[in-house]
Design a binder for this molecule. Structure first.
Ligand code: ARG
Length: 652
């Protein structure tokens, strides 16, 4: 149990005679930001006093009276209007940190009741190269798996790849009509990606072209309405003003949609080859969809092409995963569930959950406008049907207690309907959670793209990260009197700095937010970056090398840690709270809880190292104690980073 949890449970008893609803009050117990107010602060007396109509200081006094924390805290202090300040006993911190120093798991006990958690993450649609949009799911999902495992849960990581969707019809159509045989035999995946892009572009050309007249008349109409509004109404009227604003915005949107469609059409028209292909394939979108339906209906030729394409696509994905050190226990793509879909629909129908709506089969969930479509009117099953079959499989075959979906937040409506349908279906026992995340943005404030407007391929992004990291590593090593790294070692270190940099930059943001991709910040050697933590780790290893002390023999757990100055105490206290950080990550699957703990801890270590000399400590005991803190700090960094999928090196 973390210190905070222990405190909360003691407060729960202390509060029980005052109120029944202790939970919100317990949430008000926090670490203090300022040591002046002790190590922890409980601000619960004020709201409770209001509730009971009594004076907050009286309530605080009564809570303190009831509170039994003398085994690890000094006498609690009541400050100001009724804050309760708690200061841990130095002796207790020293003993606690000594114990943790002797523990491989840094004080994190394995959970008493392990759950079997299926983590569905990464899950790209194959036949297209992985791009930066796939980074977040891969990195966040991997960190979640690692942290769950560390905590003692059983984890099955499952890459639910999209290997059965419309993109296959597109590449089948592309392959039949446009394949460059030489390119295909040289670089199969590259050629398939080109075909996918081409078919997409040609389909889009026709859609854009045929949609333009409608858009133009829409604009004319909007313009007329706007003219009427501006001339006719009282512009001082608030309501009219608001309407005018909405209308202007709508007209602006239509105008930019027209501009974008015109540009896409012009782009194809200006290229003789593309224009020729577009002309010759005027019905391409429908025909590509037909190839998908044929595949789903068991067409032998299409199935043969699918069998031919898939292994190469998977190999390309695996190459990226191995560079990112991301691993899956299962890769059961959408195709795996295809044989189960008909049963899913008939089961839902026979239970009266799914009903016919204009020829489609849908589940209607109360309070939701959109239906959950499980079979389209043309007979095709959907993404939803597959996800229902997947839950059934994970529950019945894998015996999952919990399923975590690490997927873009734009899919939250889908997961909302999915989970509700599952509950109605009778699968309410398994706990399902959508761990959603925002978009990676460019510095122009739009989703991160290459200059030509294409998606940024993940492979080239990793290449660039490693190349940039190499500059950092070279500069750092060249600055030394005697460079410490061989070219091979520099390459290895650049790899961990580069990939670690990308991962950390992603993980340290609140996952729900969008964030701007910024190379400079990502690989900075100071600040909240992996690079900073990795160098901090190597620097501590350097201290041991310099003093010629073997780290293996340092932390026996028996040697006492001495707390002689505030910085030393603050670091020790912080190091006792690794378990809290791990709990905080798992409470709502937020890896940034761990990055912020790491960053705080690294800051406390800097202060400690600046104020408390290890080498010239006043006594052998103190030197030994400080070495223990250094070693524990190094292990906190390497263990913490490893839970995020980030490596460290002893020399950098
Ligand atoms: N392949 C989907 C996409 O790229 C993500 C799948 C997420 N997992 C799931 N079980 N729906 O949008």
């Amino acid at each position: 149990m973390s210190i905070l949890q222990t405190l909360k449970s003691r407060f729960a008893s202390a509060l029980s005679s005052l109120t029944e609803d202790t939970a919100p009050l317990l949430d008000m117990i926090r670490s203090s930001q300022d040591p002046k107010f002790g190590d922890f602060q409980a601000n619960c007396a004020m709201p409770l006093a209001k509730q009971l109509g009594r004076s907050p200081r009286d309530i605080a006094a009564e809570i303190v009276e009831n509170l039994d924390v003398s085994d690890f805290c000094e006498t609690p202090e009541i400050a100001g209007p009724g804050f309760i300040n708690l200061r841990l006993r130095d002796k207790w911190i020293a003993e606690h940190v000594s114990r943790i120093a002797g523990d491989d798991r840094l004080g994190v006990t394995s959970v008493a009741t392990p759950r079997h958690v299926v983590v569905d993450f990464s899950s790209p649609n194959v036949a297209k190269p992985m791009h930066v949009g796939h980074l977040r799911s891969s990195v966040i999902g991997d960190a979640i798996c690692r942290t769950l495992r560390f905590a003692g849960h059983r984890v099955t990581s499952d890459n639910h790849i999209g290997d059965w969707g419309t993109q296959f019809g597109m590449i089948i159509y592309g392959y039949r009509n446009f394949v460059d045989a030489a390119a295909y035999s040289k670089d199969q995946v590259g050629e398939l990606a080109r075909l996918y892009k081409l078919v997409n572009q040609l389909s889009d050309y026709h859609a854009a072209k045929s949609g333009l007249p409608e858009l133009r008349s829409q604009l004319t109409q909007r313009q007329t309405e706007l003219d009427q509004l501006t001339s006719g109404s009282d512009t001082a009227d608030k309501k009219a003003k608001k309407k005018l604003k909405t209308q202007r915005k709508a007209a602006e949107e239509t105008r930019s949609a027209i501009k974008s469609a015109e540009a896409r059409v012009a782009h194809v028209d200006a290229d003789a080859t593309l224009a020729g292909q577009a002309n010759a394939h005027s019905d391409i979108a429908r025909l590509a969809r037909k190839e998908t339906s044929k595949l789903h209906a068991g067409d032998e030729h299409n199935q043969r092409l699918w069998d031919e394409f898939l292994p190469a696509c998977l190999a390309a994905l695996n190459q990226i995963y191995s560079r990112l050190d991301v691993h899956f226990d299962l890769t059961l793509g959408e195709s795996y569930y295809n044989p189960m879909l008909a049963d899913v629909v008939s089961d839902l129908t026979s239970k009266g959950l799914a009903t016919d709506s204009d020829g489609a089969t849908c589940v209607f969930i109360e309070g939701n406008n959109a239906p959950f479509i499980v079979q389209k009117s043309d007979g095709a099953y959907t993404y939803a049907t597959t996800d229902l079959a997947t839950i059934q499989y994970r529950l019945k075959e894998l015996n999952a207690d919990e399923i975590v979906y690490v997927v873009d937040k734009r899919q939250s409506e889908h997961f909302n309907l999915l989970f509700k349908t599952c509950e109605l279906w009778g699968f309410g026992d398994v706990k399902c959670q959508h761990v959603s995340f925002g978009t990676v943005m460019g510095d122009d404030g739009k989703p991160f793209k290459t200059r030509s407007g294409d998606n940024v391929e993940l492979g080239s992004l990793i290449d660039e990260a490693i190349a940039r990291a190499r500059t950092v590593v070279d500069e750092n090593d060249d600055r030394r009197e005697q460079p410490a790294l061989s070219p091979d070692e520099r390459a290895r270190v650049s790899q961990i700095v580069g990939t670690g940099g990308i991962k950390y930059a992603d993980l340290h943001h609140n996952r729900d937010s969008d964030y701007v991709f910024d190379w400079g910040k990502m690989l900075a050697t100071t600040g909240d970056t992996a690079t900073y933590m990795q160098y901090a780790y190597a620097r501590i290893c350097g201290i041991f090398r310099e003093l010629n002390v073997d780290r293996q023999n340092i932390a026996s757990g028996e040697t006492a840690v001495l707390l002689t100055c505030p910085e030393e105490r603050a670091l020790a206290l912080q190091l006792t709270q690794f378990d809290y950080a791990v709990d905080a990550v798992l409470a709502d699957y937020r890896p940034n809880q761990l990055t912020s703990w790491l960053f705080d801890t690294a800051g406390k270590f800097s202060a400690f190292y600046a104020h408390c000399s290890v080498k010239n400590a006043e006594s052998t005991e103190l030197r030994q104690s400080r070495l223990i803190l250094c070693d524990l700090m190094a292990r906190a960094l390497s263990t913490g980073l490893s839970l995020l999928g980030i490596e460290t090196a002893d020399v950098m």
